[in-house]
Design a protein around this ligand. Structure first.
Ligand SMILES: NC(=O)c1ccc[n+]([C@@H]2O[C@H](COP(=O)([O-])OP(=O)(O)OC[C@H]3O[C@@H](n4cnc5c(N)ncnc54)[C@H](O)[C@@H]3O)[C@@H](O)[C@H]2O)c1
Length: 327
């Protein structure tokens, strides 16, 4: 039975990669410090003997080395992904994302583990002047998060030159689906629960993004890994379709059963520094390997909006219940 280590496996995308690996017959260990992830994402696996969860931090080289030791592949998804936090804390991406990745690479090289599959980001293209943006495009960095993803890719590519490591990097657009507890849908629903009459939208609402369903994303990661065998394999993962934040807001409002919601824009083409107004990825490279995403962006947004409503209710109920138990 092949063995995989999934860093960040308690997170949104990582937990779906874990599910997909188990479906494929892998034994899976997850390393996650639960800073942003939650065991709720893995609770359905608690009786699966092929699955092990380890709470630990990527920044600790001893933990990483111990877990990397006897696996066949490392799916490295753990990262600090909150762009706006790194505007104030300039070291957080360096420490979690670059040094964290270096710890993985050193552990793999020392333990003769070959396959590194990495969650990169379309953030590395910055405000791309070529759209749809191909993998060859080199952009100016607009966020420390993007800069750290690019540096991590660079470190991995350099390790490939002197260690027996093969590297797969996937540059995602915006991934949505069950267990997504960050981003526009999460933000909008929380705001609309507080005030169903008005919605504050960061930016001008015209930002257009490439939304991809998380299960199509996990499928793409596994398919690219199985079907490409160069020493360095880099793929965009998106749908090559654009949806504006305003269109997304309309679906969320509709899904929450609201009407006549006044939209208040903070203005400007970006929601925050580092919010690239247009993300539109060329995805022929992965499609040419046979990847066929099943879900459209609109259906993905609707499904995520529906799931989020239920998740917020579930959490509120749990919080209320635990308050009652403690009072
Ligand atoms: N969600 C997206 O749309 C998107 C887009 C582009 C790239 N990505 C990348 O995909 C990966 C997964 O993203 P996600 O949306 O699932 O985020 P997430 O925050 O849900 O998952 C990241 C996980 O990493 C864990 N983690 C963070 N720092 C850690 C550390 N130092 N040690 C151990 N664990 C740590 C967190 O607890 C969390 O469970 C990340 O690398 C992210 O940068 C995500």
């Amino acid at each position: 039975m092949p063995k995989a280590l999934v860093t960040g496996g308690a997170g949104f995308i990582g937990s779906h990669v874990v599910d997909r690996l188990l479906e494929d017959g892998y034994e899976v260990t997850v390393l996650d410090n639960l800073s942003d992830g939650t065991l709720d994402n893995l609770v359905h696996l608690k009786n699966d003997k092929r699955f092990l969860f380890v709470e630990g931090d990527l920044r600790d080289p001893d933990v990483v080395s111990r877990l990397v030791k006897d696996v066949d592949a490392v799916f490295h998804l753990a990262a600090h992904a909150k762009m706006r936090v790194s505007l104030g804390d300039h070291r957080v991406d360096l420490e979690h994302n670059i040094i964290g990745t270096l710890n993985v690479l050193e552990a793999m090289a020392a333990n003769n583990v070959h396959d590194l599959i990495f969650a990169s980001s379309s953030a590395i293209y910055g405000e791309a002047t070529v759209v749809p943006t191909p993998e060859e495009y080199i952009g100016i960095q607009t966020s420390l998060y993007g800069a750290a993803k690019l540096a991590s890719e660079g470190y991995a590519e350099a390790f490939v030159q002197f260690a027996p490591i093969k590297f797969w990097a996937y540059r995602f657009g915006t991934i949505l689906g069950e267990r997504c507890r960050r981003g526009a849908i999460w933000d909008f629903e929380h705001k609309l629960i507080k005030n169903p009459k008005e919605l504050e939208i960061l930016g001008d609402g015209k930002q257009s993004k490439d939304y991809l369903y998380v299960k199509d994303c996990a499928e793409g990661i596994l398919l690219g890994y199985k079907k490409s065998s160069a020493s360095i394999n880099i793929f965009n993962l998106g749908l090559q379709e654009q949806t504006t934040v305003d269109e997304l807001a309309s679906i969320v409002i509709d899904e929450m059963g609201l009407a006549n919601v006044k939209r208040k824009y903070t203005g400007g083409p970006r929601g925050w520094i580092g919010d690239n107004p247009v993300v539109y990825l060329q995805v022929e490279k992965i499609k040419n390997l046979g990847w066929k995403p099943k879900m459209s962006p609109k259906d993905t947004i609707r499904l995520t909006a529906k799931w989020t409503v239920k998740d917020i209710e579930k959490r509120a109920h749990r919080a209320e219940h635990s308050e009652t138990l403690h009072s």
